[in-house]
Every structure is written in C-alpha cells, then in structure tokens.
Design a binder for this molecule. Structure first.
Ligand code: ADP
Ligand code: MG
Length: 443
C-alpha cells in the first residue's frame, strides 16, 4: 500500500513538474515577443500548445473565473467550468492559487484532467497590487496517471489475493499437521489399549488352565495332606525340645501348611468367577480381616490403622470372597514389612463407588516387579505361591470393581540398618449397593 502511494505521488510529481515547465516556457515565449503583439501571440501560442496530444487546454482566468485567454477562442469572455459548473470567486479562492504550482485531478472544461495551476506572473508589474493576479490553468491528459493508478490497484488486489491464499494454505497445512498428529496419538493410545487387552486375555487363559488342573488335583491332595500334618504333629510331641527330630517335624508341619495355602489359593482361582453379592458395610469386613492378622502384625511390630471417612454408603459385594482378597493384600503387606512399619486401611466414598485403600510402609516394588504382580506364579518370596494377587484381581473384577497399585521401592538406610522410604498402596473401587446407587442418582 505504501509503495503504491509512493509511486502515485511520484507520478503526480512528474506530471506537475511537466505542467510547471510548460507554464514557464509559455511565459518566457510570451515575454520575448514584441509588446504590441502580445495579445495575438498569446492566442497563437495557446492554440499551438494544445496541439500536443497530452495537453487538453490552457486557460488564464481572472480571480472571479472569467476567462481572459483560452486555447479555444470561443471560450474567451466566458467563465471557467469546474465539476460541471461555472466557477465563482469562492471556488477560485478554494483552489488557492499561489506563485508555486499546485495540481489536482478534477473535471474541468468538460473533461477529467490533471490540472496544474498557479498565478500568472507575466505582466505582473501592470496589475494593481490590491487585486489578486490572474491564474493560469494547464489541463494535462490524466490517462497516464489513471492507468498507473488502475495498474497499482489491480496489482494490490492480486497481491492481497495471493497473500490471502498463502495464508489459507498455511492454515490448511497447520490443521492437516495437527490432525495427523492427533490421529497418530490416537493410534498410539489404541495400541496401548490393545496391548493391555492382550495381557488380560493371556492372564485369563493362564488362570483357566490352572483352574481345570487345580480343581482336579486339589481335593486329591488335601486329604493325604491333613494325615501328613497330623502325623507330623504327633511326632513333634514325641521328641524333646531342641532335638533334631523335633526340628524335622516342625519343618514338615510348616511345609504342609504352605502346601495347604497353595491349594487354598488354587481352589480360589479355579472357582467360577460368579460371586454372591449383597449390600454390606465395608467397615465390618475390614474389622474382621484386621482381627485375623492382629497377632502376626504384633509379632512383626507392625502398627495397624483403619480410617473411614464419614457417611460411606454400603457396598454390593460377596463378604467371604472380598474378605479373602483383603486378607491376601494384608498378608502381602505384612510380608513386605519384616522389620515393622505401618499398615493403613482406609475407606472413602469415590464418585459412583467406594474406595478401599491398603497402604504399607514396607519394601515397596520396582516397576519391573509391578509389571508382573498379577501374573499367576509370579513371586519374589522363597515360600510364596504367586497366586495371591491373581486371586485378588479375579475377585475384584468378578465384582465389577477395579484395582490399582502404586509403589515406591525402599532404599538402603544411611546408617546401614535395613532400608527406608518404601511404600505400596493398593486401591480397590467397589460398586455401591443398589439402594445407595438409586439414592445417589436422586441426590
Ligand atoms: P506371593 O505373596 O505368594 O509372593 P502374590 O501374588 O501375593 O504372591 O504377590 C506377588 C508378588 O508381588 C510378591 O512376591 C511381591 O514381590 C509383590 N508384592 C505384593 N504385595 C506387595 C507389597 N505390599 N509390598 C511389596 N511387594 C509386594
Ligand atoms: Mg501373597
């Protein structure tokens, strides 16, 4: 826009310059003539000048617009016409002619012209000082000016359109790039989901295989096991304290107990995943489990703490199976705190469920371990079965609940005594009892 303005101004300056030179040439041509012939020369010169194709007219007017000299003889004595009307003194003052040239594009003498005008200086000495001097108007062909202006305009329009199109192209490119990135992100997320589902299927298949096997074998093993345990206990009593035989009998009892645990877990896993839920207060189940582990917690110097936030609604669960799951979590927590710590159980209201939190300050887990804790047979303990958490998972999902785990492994203590800073938090979300659900919907 600025360069257009500049070029238009340059063009106008050029035309004005040309007009000014022509006026000057005209005046000096007149001056050189003989005094008596001035009037005749003036007319001839005027007519000669307008022969040049780019000069439309030349006129000299009095301050009130009366034409005293004109390239068209017939206009002599008439009034100068501007914008289709005859000019008067006011309009002439409005043009404000001075000793320096001025210019404007206007309709004058019946056509659109680039008119250059100034005071007519010839014979100034003859004019009265009080009266304004006459004015000379030189009408130049306006078309070069208009053509340049038109070209500039179309050039500006083309430029704007190109700039606009480029802007649009950039916008489109940006939006395409954004969309491509979004779809890549979505694909990435979908792949993650597929991976998770594959894991889930793998785990279920493994569980199903174990289930069939376990159901067949477990019962067969259980009966002989109780006989073995009975005999081992019997022999244990028959030998004195500290004797080698008694120690062997102790080991037998311990190992049988371990086998029993494996079988219990296996049976738990192989049982069909249907549960018999009813509306219960979660706090009662927690209290029951805490009673079961109180003694072993005391032996390991583990503090127990249970927190329930106010007005927690009833949950819809199978009391026995949820108790089994919670017990498994608590036993794991105790195993993780051989040198003492705190086991916290908290119950709180979540959006459309109740959240049960089990937190311990034990050894914690590395991310590599966490990846496998729900896999059957995965254990890091010498006497572990690796069936506890798969069972917990199965029970919770059978209830339509959800389980999550967060953990931070412990680091060796600065004084070289044990390790510190470990923590594991299991969170379980359980469904609300039906009457609570409709209640919350009403709320
Ligand atoms: P098991 O207890 O027989 O080893 P689980 O399935 O109960 O089998 O647990 C699997 C593994 O998960 C454990 O061996 C242990 O490494 C890890 N784990 C579970 N709970 C905790 C916990 N609270 N703190 C640290 N590690 C844990
Ligand atoms: Mg366990």
């Amino acid at each position: 826009y600025m360069s257009i303005r500049r070029s238009e101004r340059a063009m106008a300056d050029l035309l004005a310059e040309k007009g000014s030179s022509l006026i000057m040439a005209f005046e000096s041509a007149l001056r050189t003539g003989l005094r008596g012939e001035t009037g005749v020369r003036l007319q001839v010169l005027l007519e000669e000048m307008t022969r040049s194709p780019d000069i439309e007219f030349v006129a000299v007017t009095m301050p009130d617009g009366t034409i005293v000299a004109h390239s068209e003889r017939t206009r002599l004595g008439e009034t100068l016409r501007m914008q289709g009307e005859e000019v008067d003194e006011d309009r002439m003052t409005g043009l404000a002619p001075g000793d320096d040239v001025r210019w404007t594009t206007i309709r004058m003498e019946g056509r659109r012209v680039f008119v250059v005008y100034r005071n007519f200086l010839l014979g100034r000495e003859n004019w009265s000082k009080d009266l304004p001097p006459p004015t000379i108007f030189l009408g130049l062909d306006v078309s070069p000016f208009e053509i340049t202006r038109r070209q500039n305009r179309s050039y500006a329009i083309i430029l704007s359109v190109v700039a606009f199109l480029m802007g649009m192209v950039c916008l489109l490119a940006v939006s395409f790039a954004e969309r491509a990135r979004e779809s890549r992100r979505r694909q990435f997320r979908a792949e993650g989901e597929v991976h998770r589902l594959e894991e889930e299927v793998r785990r279920r298949e493994k569980l199903a295989a174990i289930g069939t096997l376990a159901a067949g074998v477990a019962h067969e093993i259980r009966n002989p096991l109780s006989s073995i345990k009975g005999f081992a206990t019997y022999f244990r009593q028959r030998f004195g304290d500290g004797s080698e035989e008694r120690e062997a009998a102790d080991i037998m009892v311990r190992e049988v107990n371990r086998l029993n645990r494996v079988i219990t877990d296996l049976l738990g896993l192989s049982r069909p995943s249907d549960v018999k839920p009813r509306s219960v207060c979660l706090e009662n189940i927690v209290a029951h489990v805490l009673r079961l582990i109180r003694q072993s917690a005391g032996e390991r110097h583990v503090g127990l703490s249970c927190r329930t936030s106010r007005s927690v609604p009833n949950v819809f669960v199978d009391v026995e199976r949820l108790g089994q799951a919670l017990l498994n979590l608590c036993l794991n927590a105790l195993d993780a705190m051989p040198d003492g710590g705190t086991l916290t159980i908290a119950i709180s209201r979540a959006r459309e469920s109740v959240c049960l939190l089990v937190r311990d300050t034990g050894s914690g887990m590395t991310p590599e371990i966490m990846e496998h804790i729900f896999d059957p047979y995965f254990t890091t303990k010498g006497s572990g079965t690796g069936l506890g958490l798969p069972l917990v998972h199965k029970i919770i999902t059978a209830h339509g609940g959800r389980i999550s785990v967060r953990s931070r492994p412990a680091v060796p203590a600065k004084d070289g005594n044990g390790s510190v800073g470990g923590e594991t938090v299991f969170r379980i979300w359980l469904p609300l009892a039906p009457e609570e659900e409709s209640g919350s919907a009403r709320r």
